[in-house]
Design a protein around this ligand. Sequence first.
Ligand code: JE8
Length: 272
Amino acid sequence: MRIDIISIFPEYFTPLEVSLVGKARERGILDIRLHQLRDWTHDVHKTVDDTPYGGGPGMVMKPEVWGEAIDAVIAQGGPEGAGLPRMIVPTPSGRPFTQRVALEYAREPWLLFTPARYEGIDARVVDEYRSRLRVDEVSIGDYVLAGGEAAVLVIVETVARLLPGVIGNAQSVADDSFAPGPMENLLEGPVYTKPPVWRGHPVPEILLSGHHARIARWRRDQALRRTFEMRPDLIARLDPESLDERDREVLAECRERHEAAAFRAGPQSMAD
Ligand code: JE8
């Protein structure tokens, strides 16, 4: 997979030289190219922003500079047979970036990221490239960053670990939380390693039993409990058809404990 990133802070992407993504680059699985947006300015100050039409706070990134930069990257050409890149624009007003979206991106031969700063990029840039490329405006979460670079790091790492050969144990990816399948929309349960007892805290006996079916069941129980506690919204979205009898028992126990705790806490909490 080829990835191009255009940014005024290409140094922001040094983390993509280490760990899992760095190794994938060394092994030729990923070809990541960074581009300094200011290289496509023509003034002595290398200006990339200007005041917003209609007034308002902050500055907006100029369409001319982005247009020249994106055209230049596209003109370089991508992997053989890749055609044009899929353009990904991180923005707080984008569609949620999810594991399902990551799986889609992992199937693309060429991704072009355009992380902005200031108040974002002049909207005409997305309009222009929607007529030529597949353009995705995506958000990594409901909070406001200072720019799109951190989002690109999140997206690239999430996608890279899905590429064949990047994660040694392909099953680990298949078992991911949020990965389509039996664990989709369930959070990871607790994980343990040696020693078997640490500061008086033992590892759950079941994990030392070697009984794989019981361990798998215990792990799913833990995932259901963790999800009920931390992300009740995901429990509400579970497809009832995807739950077996034991799943339903575990969730019923969770509800009973939750209601008992609420009752003990008093009437106000019951209203919450
Ligand atoms: C960004 C971003 C994602 C997320 C992404 C790109 C470019 C006050 N203004 C700050 C409001 C508009 C955005 C301005 C900062 N900014 C933020 C994000 C994002 N993906 N999940 N949160 N924030 C840019 C400029």
